[in-house]
Write a protein that binds this ligand. Structure first.
Ligand SMILES: Cc1cc2nc3c(=O)[nH]c(=O)nc-3n(C[C@H](O)[C@H](O)[C@H](O)COP(=O)(O)OP(=O)(O)OC[C@H]3O[C@@H](n4cnc5c(N)ncnc54)[C@H](O)[C@@H]3O)c2cc1C
Length: 291
């Protein structure tokens, strides 16, 4: 199918994009990588009458590391995959995740911020952003605000970006050098959304206990889900096989997937626990801990 008729405007700056959003209100949609929006328009699931293309806005195409990793709204997934710092231990969660989002062709166009704004229940970026404790920078007519990812993800395909606003960047705290992570995804084939996935990030204290844990799962509810029970269970504890088993059980219990072509509810709940187990083991092994 071809999309319903729409107008197309190019924004060369954030101000220009906001002016277009102001002018067209709820009729307008931001176009970033277009990898989700254009298919949705072709299936007539979305019918915006104006697309505001933010790709010409050079100020959105930057990535900086200054105590925090700031990823501008037109930075592509592929730029993360190729970044010089991505191989560092502390970025192992984003490293593993960035190589399994969709497929390499889609990653050339899809943007990190667009993926967060799309907020698919099985999204890889939203899941990793929860475990990393990322935040989004949103700008609108009333100015700029920074929203933690937990508050940003409101419901399936719905975020805290209000009418007339846009997300201009995603910010990821730079983990310390006693931090490692892992992203575990089961997909039917390369390029598919997750049947289930788990993002794990663990920071160790000098005495070997877990100082901070980030654990999130995808395809387990209306949007990516922080498993706060498991984060609390892990924090302050010495990593052991028993602790990981308890984390897996708590994850399976918390997961609320829907049955579909990818699997039954029971299978997906079990899988969520298995993937958290694998993620914790991988992250801890990277820090030299066998559990
Ligand atoms: C075949 C296929 C397989 C895929 N597989 C996966 C997968 O395995 N895992 C996964 O996580 N994703 C997957 N995706 C989704 C892909 O990664 C999307 O492109 C991505 O989620 C959206 O990014 P985008 O830059 O293309 O956004 P767009 O398609 O341009 O926009 C998506 C939505 O976000 C809004 N938006 C975008 N940027 C902003 C902004 N700065 N401010 C406010 N609103 C904004 C748009 O208005 C639109 O509503 C897949 C897509 C396809 C087509």
């Amino acid at each position: 199918m071809i999309p319903a008729a729409f107008d197309y405007v190019r924004a060369r700056s954030i101000d220009e994009a906001l002016a277009h959003l102001q002018q067209h209100g709820s009729e307008a949609r931001i176009l970033a990588g277009g990898q989700s929006l254009i298919p949705a328009m072709r299936f007539r699931l979305a019918r915006p009458s104006v697309l505001v293309d933010i790709n010409p806005a050079r100020e959105l195409d930057s990535m900086t590391m200054d105590g925090v990793l700031t990823i501008g709204a037109t930075v592509r997934d592929s730029a993360i995959e190729r970044a010089a710092w991505i191989g560092e231990l502390r970025w192992s969660l984003l490293h593993e995740m960035s190589r399994v989002v969709a497929d390499p062709v889609i990653r050339q166009m899809a943007t990190v911020v667009g993926s967060l704004c799309h907020n698919d229940p099985a999204g890889d970026w939203t899941t990793a952003a929860l475990a990393s404790r990322a935040e989004l920078v949103i700008r609108g007519p009333a100015g700029e605000r920074t929203v933690p990812i937990d508050d940003f993800l409101v419901d399936s395909f719905t975020t805290a970006v209000a009418e007339g606003e846009m997300a201009i960047a995603a910010r990821f705290p730079v983990p310390d050098d006693r931090t490692a992570g892992s992203y575990q995804k089961v997909e039917r084939k390369v390029g598919d959304f997750a049947t289930a996935s788990a993002a794990v990030q663990v920071s160790l204290a000098p005495d070997g206990t877990i100082r901070q844990a980030g654990v999130a799962i995808a395809a387990a509810g209306p949007c990516a889900l922080r498993v706060s029970e498991v984060e609390a269970l892990l924090t302050g504890q010495k990593p052991t096989a028993d602790l990981i088993r308890a984390a897996a059980d708590a994850t399976s219990a918390r997961s609320e997937p829907q049955a579909d072509l990818r699997g039954s509810v029971e299978y997906k709940k079990h899988l969520a626990g298995v993937l958290v187990t694998r993620g914790l083991r991988h992250a801890l092994a990277r820090l030299g801990v066998q559990a």
